[in-house]
Write a protein that binds this ligand. Structure first.
Ligand code: PA5
Length: 374
């Protein structure tokens, strides 16, 4: 089980109230999800993943923010070998990146998973247009459409309407689960299964966490809030495994979008050690003391573990609070547990800061402005 090395004061009456509020929230569908998984949807995901593996060498995953970071985090960390290669697209508006993604696919057989809850986000829409063109050129319209898997709203949005009209295989982003909390829905599951991640094991870890993660999540969330109240306005997530870089990225999004509103929240940032000890290490040791460090302590080899210990001692001596989140296993089950733990801790933490963990008005504001400019 996840272990957190702090014991902040927890007002249990308040904590129980917060947990109930989160579970009852109209966007709290992720809380019970691992235990109440739609078995029909899960079977369809596995079937589609098998179909992709049989027909393709590459799956192009098109999506931005919560529509790609979670599954990319798990796939890049676990590096499964039994599935297809994943190429990511539609997570920026850079033409250079899009051309590179098209080039990476090259002449190989491929399928596309386009993921957008709203079905209207510009970045994935632009990339999808290009990859659809490539599919049609290579396979003709009928086969091209059979190679498109659309993960979107059940009833509305441009992507939903196109998927229905063209007969793409469709998966649903549940109404009651927002992007950054959707890793364990079809948003993340299809790509993970196609890549060769054991999604049953992910769910097993997450299911166990529904109860087991409550205590560590409360401790960690109350500690974050206590540190925030003392003026520590930046949290640095530190991992010692370079392959966990995208897990750091997902954490930045999860905490940034959930907490950073109404001029509240702690700025989430992240490092990979020992790599970044040779860049940001100086600042961490001796720079402005407005930050704390949260070590994501994955099981690792002996030499790397020594670095973890050395950093913990040196940075504590350097005057920054160092939290430690002990991760029990570096596998599907461990990541299922870890994803659930952080979702819960983040929602509790946002509630303690008095903000809604499940909306993202700032992101919507930028989307509206960009659409106006274009
Ligand atoms: O977490 C979120 O809700 C956001 O990051 C969204 O996932 C992101 O903006 C993409 O939106 P959509 O899935 O509607 O294209």
């Amino acid at each position: 089980m996840i272990a957190v090395n702090c014991s902040p004061e927890i007002d249990m009456t308040q904590a129980e109230g917060i947990l109930k509020e989160i579970a009852r929230d109209k966007m709290g569908g992720w809380v019970e999800l691992p235990r109440k998984y739609d078995v029909g949807e899960l079977a369809r995901v596995k079937e589609a993943a098998k179909e992709i593996q049989e027909s393709s060498e590459v799956l192009v995953c098109i999506g931005i923010g919560g529509s790609y970071l979670g599954h990319r985090a798990v796939i890049e960390a676990l590096r499964p070998r039994s599935g297809v290669e994943i190429v990511y697209a539609g997570n920026s508006l850079s033409k250079r990146e899009l051309d590179w993604a098209l080039e990476q696919v090259g002449d190989r057989d491929f399928s596309v998973n386009v993921i957008s809850k709203s079905g209207t986000t510009l970045e994935p829409a632009v990339a999808f247009g290009e990859f659809k063109k490539k599919l049609i050129e290579k396979y003709g319209e009928e086969e091209a459409y059979s190679r498109i898997y659309a993960t979107t709203d059940a009833k509305k949005g441009a992507l939903h309407d196109e998927a229905v009209a063209c007969g793409y295989t469709r998966f649903v982003v549940p109404d009651n689960i927002g992007g950054r909390y959707s890793v364990l829905t079809s948003v993340g599951m299809l790509a993970m299964a196609a890549a060769g991640v054991d999604i049953d094991k992910m769910l097993e870890g997450a299911s166990e966490a529904v109860e087991a993660a409550v205590e560590p999540a409360l401790k960690y969330a109350y500690m974050r809030h206590a540190l925030g109240a003392k003026g520590y306005d930046t949290e640095v997530f530190a991992s010692f495994e370079p392959c966990a870089m995208y897990f750091n990225e997902w954490l930045k999004q999860l905490f940034g979008e959930s907490e950073g509103k109404n001029k509240q929240g702690v700025l989430p940032t992240a490092v990979i050690y020992s790599t970044d000890l040779h860049s940001l290490g100086q600042f961490m040791q001796d720079g402005r003391r407005n930050l704390w460090e949260t070590i994501i302590d994955y099981p690792t080899d002996e030499m790397n573990a020594k670095v973890v210990t050395a950093v913990r001692i040196a940075h504590t001596e350097g005057g920054i609070p160092v939290l430690n989140i002990g991760v029990p296993s570096f596998n599907e089950k461990g990541f299922g547990e870890l994803v659930y733990f952080f979702e819960l801790a983040c929602a509790i933490s946002a509630k303690l800061f008095g903000v809604n963990p499940f909306d993202q008005p700032g992101v919507e504001a930028y989307k509206a402005e960009l659409n106006r400019l274009l």
